[in-house]
Write a protein that binds this ligand. Sequence first.
Ligand SMILES: Nc1ncnc2c1ncn2[C@@H]1O[C@H](COP(=O)(O)OP(=O)(O)O)[C@@H](O)[C@H]1O
Ligand SMILES: N[C@@H](CC(=O)OP(=O)(O)O)C(=O)O
Length: 450
Amino acid sequence: MKVVKFGGSSLATGKSVNQAINIILADPSRQVMVVSAPGKRKNSDTKVTDLLIKYAKKVLNHEDFKQIVDEIFSRYQDIGKYFQVEDKELEQLKNALLSLPTQIYPTDDYLIAAFKAHGERLNARLITMILNKKGLKAKFLDPFDVGLTVTGEPNDAIVSPETYINLDKVELSSEEYIVFPGFFGMTPSGHIATFSRGGSDITGAILTRGLHADLYENFTDVNGIFAANPSIIEHPDSIKQMTYREMRELSYAGFSVFHDEALIPAIEGKIPINVKNTNDPKNAGTLIVPNQKFKPTNPVTGVASQKHFSALYLHKYLLNKEAGFTLRILQILYKHNIPYEHMPSGIDDITIIFNRQFLNDQLIDLICNEIQSLINPDQLEWIDDYAIIMVVGEGMKYQESISAQILSALNEQNISPQMINQGASQISIMIGTKKEEADQVVKTIYKQFF
Ligand SMILES: Nc1ncnc2c1ncn2[C@@H]1O[C@H](COP(=O)(O)OP(=O)(O)O)[C@@H](O)[C@H]1O
Ligand SMILES: N[C@@H](CC(=O)OP(=O)(O)O)C(=O)O
């Protein structure tokens, strides 16, 4: 049995939903369909998830929301009309949208999560109607029906282990398709919490593991995973096969096509993932597997970049001999509930890299002041303008000169990275640079290895 996830880019119009249904029908083992909310129809369009966030904010601000509800509903109406779904049935979706502000939520964050989740919930309902209309047996199931439970933040949830005990009890019939909304789960107190953005990939992976599927097919709008982001490199090579570890590092570092957290259930279940194109389903796409059986011909599999970082650089002579130096810094961060991403260090220097999204100016001043007064470094510098480029490849284990090749290629372009870190993971090299140089770094490294 296969679990098949369709991203929002594959379900944006009636025509694309029809392509997705044809993909399901083409292979009888494609029994479970996980769906995202309708995505962008063109570049200037807005994803339904973003429209729902707007709707939630209007409700919280006591603003009129009629227009935004109409806009959201029209996305489902357009898809429904393509399949001649009756107005009466579509009206159920509108009523579900309109009833959202009348529910009780523990906090505003829970309200936002519940609104957001309805992008996928209503789409799964609509696609179930469409399949039934086509004379196919299909059932809508959602996290509340199967016990997909989550903990953590309402808009950044984590799956609970009991989900897998609950999923073990779900009985599938080979006669019936299951349509399941991605992106959200149920909290212990019975509320909706969503995964982070792009999190329908995570739902697909959870169902793949929990329902013991043989393969997780993830359908998107490109022919698999490319060796670099196509918005930076024109027509990059596509990756035929890669390991879980490579994908996890690359998706964490910016390959938004597949969510990094979605790798974890697949790794736990040792289930391969096939990223494929809804518009070109015959293309083999990218297969993500537990281990690479052969030594790769290219040491580098992919180059990813992210620009939302900041860094705190600290210099202190004999830092390496001072017991508890890093511990005290971490205690300050812990006190203010600030997570950090990386902490490369040398004998007298340490750089702490943060995700800028978790910080504001006031917090930055606070931690810098505390570190200065409690730890007294010789130099403290806050670098707000920070990007990370990750060069990843299982093949790097077999070649030692990769960082030298990278540095000399960058040097030829007059780029001197602020940080280069290799070692913590044998299969990746991390480069810290200014945001404005990040794309050029990706281009230079890509040219060097592809
Ligand atoms: N390395 C990469 N390989 C393939 N696509 C990438 C990569 N990096 C970024 N992308 C972008 O990811 C997009 C698909 O992701 P997303 O829009 O989230 O898909 P979906 O809606 O199917 O979940 C592609 O259209 C592409 O522009
Ligand atoms: N719709 C949600 C979840 C998701 O996974 O979407 P997509 O499959 O379109 O990336 C989002 O926009 O974040």
